[in-house]
Unconditional design. Structure first.
Length: 361
């Protein structure tokens, strides 16, 4: 297991993070997973044994049961809290009242206390807003999050599922008001869906923010269990919860390349897909979810698979996205800024590198 800085902080997180959305199985979350305490403890124990120090949950997962199971698992296994990085989220609806959702100061302060109680801890390492709230001013949200850091209840703050302009606006407000900024973004990103690379990845690189990836296997599609023209296997998440959306015609072209490399390497398509993500320099940590030890072990082994430049190039080419305006115009106009005449000496500092295939160091 390798460890990476979370954005521009000194916090080191394992490149694979154990997501706990499969823990509990209450309400709508039943389709994603129904892992009880005993099995969850086994998953947590295996993950820690393999070097994972990063765990992600949310106050709404299984109506709070996910946080409860994670907190109890840490206690049951007698794990050293200081060696763990716990991340959770706030925004989703937790009740029927008009103020039991969103990112108001009231909801944030109520929910952080509830999350701390369920997790059986006195601080949260990374507290993330679970999405944009169009009702609450960003100034109010950022001020509340900043207060939590200053009170010692939260170490770092992050965001999730936000547009580039929203993230940048938040960064500007934080800087102008002296608030602690969002240090990371948790977002959907996979070889089957690279939309993030258009606007958000350049923003993250420019602002030195970390990227945590959710649903890296596109809701299980990249597990290798799904075949063109066939129904989702019984018991698979996609059979009852078809999310996130994927262009299936394009997906199968990508999957052909993934499976080709997987066969040559003697590994699962899931492991190849995860390794592709881990090779991206803008990715801080990839969140994996599991229902069984077998699934967890296979996903964790992606940290031991290093794809060649040729393999990464094949995967990049098969999954490349069509540039949208102004992307294609910006690239065209930038060409003259980096072009050198033959007589011009090579600059001492390297030129900016484009986001693309790169092996892990």
């Amino acid at each position: 297991m390798q460890y990476k800085k979370l954005g521009n902080t000194g916090l080191l997180v394992s490149e694979i993070c154990l997501g706990t959305m499969t823990f509990g199985g209450q309400g709508m979350w039943k389709a994603i997973g129904q892992v009880g305490q005993s099995d969850a403890n086994k998953l947590i124990e295996r993950a820690v044994a393999e070097g994972v120090n990063f765990f992600d949950t949310a106050n709404v997962y299984s109506e709070g049961e996910s946080e409860t199971i994670l907190g109890q698992g840490i206690k049951d296994l007698n794990l050293n809290r200081e060696n763990l990085i716990l991340a959770t989220k706030v925004r989703g609806r937790t009740g029927e009242g008009p103020n039991e959702a969103g990112l108001s100061r009231k909801h944030i302060f109520t929910q952080v206390k509830d999350s701390l109680k369920r997790l059986q801890t006195d601080y949260i390492d990374l507290y993330q807003v679970h999405g944009y709230d169009p009702v609450t001013p960003l100034e109010e949200t950022l001020g509340a999050m900043d207060d939590l850091v200053r009170q010692g209840l939260v170490r770092y703050t992050g965001c999730s599922n936000m547009a580039a302009w929203q993230i940048m606006k938040a960064a500007g407000i934080a800087k102008s008001r002296g608030y602690h900024r969002f240090e990371s973004l948790q977002a959907y990103y996979t070889i089957a869906g690279r939309d993030l690379e258009r606007e958000i990845v350049p923003l993250l690189n420019d602002q030195k923010m970390g990227l945590m990836v959710w649903s890296p296997l596109a809701g299980g599609l990249l597990s290798g269990k799904f075949k063109r023209g066939e129904q989702a296997p019984e018991g698979a998440r996609r059979a009852s919860f078809d999310f996130p959306p994927v262009n299936m015609d394009r997906f199968h072209l990508i999957l052909n390349v993934v499976e080709q490399i997987a066969r040559l390497r003697g590994v699962s398509p899931a492991r190849v897909s995860l390794s592709w993500l881990l090779a991206k320099p803008h990715v801080s940590s990839v969140i994996i979810g599991a229902k069984t030890l077998e699934q967890l072990t296979d996903n964790l082994d992606a940290a031991k698979l290093f794809l060649s430049e040729e393999e990464l190039g094949m995967l990049d080419k098969s999954s490349e996205i069509t540039q949208e305006y102004p992307g294609w115009m910006l690239e065209r106009m930038m060409q003259d800024r980096f072009k050198r005449e033959p007589s011009e000496p090579r600059p001492l500092k390297s030129e900016p590198e484009l986001v693309g295939a790169a092996g892990r160091s």
